[in-house]
Design a protein around this ligand. Sequence first.
Ligand SMILES: [Fe+2]
Length: 172
Amino acid sequence: MCEYCGCQQIASIGELTREHDAVVAEVAEVRAFLRDHDVEGAAKTSRRIAEILGPHTEVEEGGLFPLMSEEFPDHIEALEREHRVIEAVLAEAAEGIPADPTWPTRLLAVLDTLRDHILKEQDGVFPASLSVIDTQGWEQVEAARARAGTAIHDHPHDQHDHPHDPEHEEHA
Ligand SMILES: [Fe+2]
């Protein structure tokens, strides 16, 4: 598992993992909306997932993956294929509630794909990146991040003063 291999200490991997965590939380929301037959809520949350995944995928495909595809060509190709499949179903909600009545069912299926995909990255590609990517490579990944930006505005605790200080949460 990733927590034990040290890859989280690489800032770029830490950022990608935080985005995964945010996506996983939104996926739980979508599932809850769909259980309540709230397609509008599911569509809105799908747009948020797509927003997080936009820069995330750019960093992976424009930074991390090119540095690993020589060593793991099949894995990387499969992950990129899954990116396209996941994006396509999320994009159907880009303009509002998709008219296609099969969308909620297809969305649920693709969210399963997304969950497995995230696990594959965190248990496979991210730990493996440590032995494949050198300092110069990490600079390339950081450059890809600088180009892509991020849709996550939740910084580590020591970089902002609110709202995650323990006192605040205790009294919340
Ligand atoms: Fe990812």
